[in-house]
Design a protein around this ligand. Structure first.
Ligand SMILES: [Zn+2]
Length: 112
């Protein structure tokens, strides 16, 4: 498995470097077409974007936030589509009880 997190275009960075995340696919390095970008949410100048790579089919969800030093971006590769991201965004944070529930579920499943 490739270490995509070590690539310079996949880190949260300031200024123009941060825009590389939304300009190129972090997996195959193909340049994204701006028409492939969907704005999923906009709040106080911050944007939540979803980009589907037409070359390899991977998706990137990224949050772009303007700051005093320029634009900051944080993103992650996902296999979700735009609709699933919009839905998951409203689920809220994962709590410790959520994690314990998953562990208990899998522990219960292994007994059969
Ligand atoms: Zn790609």
């Amino acid at each position: 498995m490739r270490d995509i997190f070590g690539q310079p275009n996949f880190n949260s960075q300031r200024g123009l470097d941060g825009l590389k995340l939304v300009s190129r696919c972090p997996l195959c390095q193909t340049e994204h077409n701006p028409l492939e970008t969907a704005v999923l949410d906009e709040t106080e100048g911050a944007h939540l974007l979803f980009i589907r790579c037409q070359s390899c089919g991977s998706g990137v969800v990224a949050a772009l936030t303007p700051g005093s030093y320029g634009l900051t971006s944080v993103g992650v590769v996902t296999d979700l589509n735009a609709f699933e991201i919009k839905t998951a965004k409203d689920w809220g944070r994962v709590s410790a009880n959520d994690v314990l529930g998953v562990v208990e579920y899998f522990n219960h499943q292994s007994k059969f």
